[in-house]
Design a protein around this ligand. Structure first.
Ligand SMILES: Cc1cc2nc3c(=O)[nH]c(=O)nc-3n(C[C@H](O)[C@H](O)[C@H](O)COP(=O)(O)OP(=O)(O)OC[C@H]3O[C@@H](n4cnc5c(N)ncnc54)[C@H](O)[C@@H]3O)c2cc1C
Length: 445
């Protein structure tokens, strides 16, 4: 069937099989083809695609054990973050790191070593994984942790599924007293102010900024920074105090059809940015207020299939990270390049990262990460080349979970531990990697 990532670009004709029992895996491996695991398909580009065999893990979704004394959860890799939240948040437990959507699997979160709005404080999801079980191309299952098969463990965090199939993982949830965060939004007139606000918000566990990417000149980087912290039960206003751990309301909007490709244009993007900024300014005036975690962390999940808004040809998300000292100049150059191309972005998100973790191919490094969305159209490839060049010049790298375009040499330059990763991957595969994706083929990994 035709398969793609969340950006719907590229779409490839893939043989998709659903793994229902781990015992079926050796039979699939015996066929001798290359294969790649697929979680919930939320990586934007080509990371979870292999025309020969793409193996869905969604049916492997059992939670196997939970220790209410320590918060340690043991679950299969196909479990969705949404299911963990639904099961455990009402009981007062929350994952240490969550990405911007809850519609991802545990396997996908480990393979991309995802980051959240708290990377400056907590690092990546992988930093909280105590151990995982990995099936290699030989069908053997290995327990990997920082103490056992440590190299394979570090290669699997952020390894984009190329070291094998993650079967299960153990990680610790955190206690929460309420489902609400005290959140406040602050306005920054330009990029320097936005970065100063991030620095001033270091003691806040969660922070993120939305940039109006159509603002230019002295207003380049005009943004709204939102920061938040989970509230204690005693701090809730009376209206919320009776059910502090209330689940999110389920109301959702759905995009029923593909938007015409002409829709995301300069006018509509300008209109969206202006509207968003005005709404945000209202929040700035309102001051700090309680916000349910669902709304705080996963605002886009409220609009089902929002990726159709970009039309049938799909879209790409460009996300890179730049080292701290070069972030101000680099982010400014990236925003200028995007604005000059005339291909404005609905979403431009800036986050502060803390220090890099131990995953050999993990994306974060200490500095700032910028994410921009662009509809796929004539000229998009040239724009992405331009952005890659700026990222490279400023010593940064792109996020493989979002990528559908980057050139092999750019990835080699950006990921200094790639050589070590390839050595571990080759050894685990007995010299001939079987876990291969369209991404690894494109990047000659
Ligand atoms: C709206 C939105 C917001 C996002 N926000 C963030 C964010 O804030 N931070 C962030 O870091 N990411 C973010 N992402 C990206 C997303 O978290 C990652 O791409 C994640 O990997 C998707 O998980 P998935 O289960 O959908 O995996 P898929 O997209 O299906 O696969 C992603 C990669 O994981 C591998 N994989 C999946 N399951 C396994 C397994 N069992 N064993 C081995 N490999 C496996 C695949 O081979 C592939 O390489 C966002 C994505 C969307 C759509």
């Amino acid at each position: 069937m035709m398969l793609s990532g969340w950006g719907r670009h590229p779409a490839l004709d893939c043989r998709l099989e659903r793994l229902r029992r781990w015992e079926d895996l050796p039979g699939l491996l015996h066929r001798g083809t290359t294969l790649i695991a697929r979680g919930n398909g939320r990586a934007y580009g080509d990371a979870a695609l292999n025309p020969n065999l793409t193996l869905s893990t969604l049916a492997m979704n059992r939670m196997r054990a939970f220790d209410a004394g320590t918060g340690l959860l043991d679950c299969e890799a196909g479990v969705l973050l949404a299911d963990i939240l639904e099961t455990f948040a009402p009981r007062g437990w929350f994952p240490p790191v969550v990405p911007g959507t809850q519609l991802v699997t545990v396997g996908g979160m480990i393979a991309a070593d995802v980051h959240g709005k708290n990377h400056h404080a907590e690092g990546t999801f992988g930093a909280h994984v105590e151990s995982l079980t990995l099936a290699g191309a030989d069908g053997a299952m290995r327990t990997c942790s920082r103490a056992e098969n440590a190299d394979l463990f570090r290669a699997t965090l952020g390894g984009m599924g190329l070291t094998g199939l993650i079967l299960s993982a153990r990680f610790r949830l955190r206690p929460i007293e309420t489902a609400f965060l005290m959140a406040e939004t602050l306005a920054a007139r330009n990029l320097d102010e936005a970065m100063a606000l991030f620095e001033a918000s270091r003691d806040w566990p969660f922070s993120v900024a939305w940039i109006d990417c159509l603002a230019r000149g002295a207003g380049l980087g005009r943004s709204l920074l939102t920061r938040g912290a989970f509230m204690d039960a005693g701090a809730l206003p009376p209206s919320l105090a009776s059910s502090p751990l209330v689940p999110a309301s389920r109301g959702k909007l759905r995009v029923p059809f593909d938007a015409p490709s002409a829709l995301p244009n300069r006018v509509s993007i300008g209109f969206f940015n202006e509207l968003y900024y005005r709404r945000g300014r209202r929040r700035v005036r309102t001051g700090a207020r309680p916000v349910h975690f669902d709304r705080f962390f996963f605002p886009l999940d409220r609009i089902e299939a929002w990726n159709r808004l970009y039309g049938r040809r799909g879209f790409v998300q460009y996300q890179c990270v730049l080292p701290k000292g070069k972030s101000a100049a680099g982010v400014a150059a990236l925003l200028e390049c995007a604005a000059a191309s005339g291909q404005g972005s609905f979403l431009a998100v800036l986050k502060l990262f803390g220090s890099a973790g131990d995953g050999l191919m993990s994306f974060p490094m200490e500095g700032y990460t910028l994410a921009l969305d662009f509809p796929v159209r004539h000229g998009t490839a040239a724009l992405l080349d331009g952005l890659d060049e700026i990222t490279h010049r400023h010593g940064g790298r792109v996020y493989l979970a979002k990528d559908a375009h980057c050139a092999p040499e750019r990835v080699r330059e950006g990921y200094p531990r790639l050589g070590a990763f390839e050595a571990v991957r080759a050894e685990a595969a007995g010299g001939r990697p079987r876990f291969v994706s369209e991404l690894s083929r494109r990047l000659a990994l």
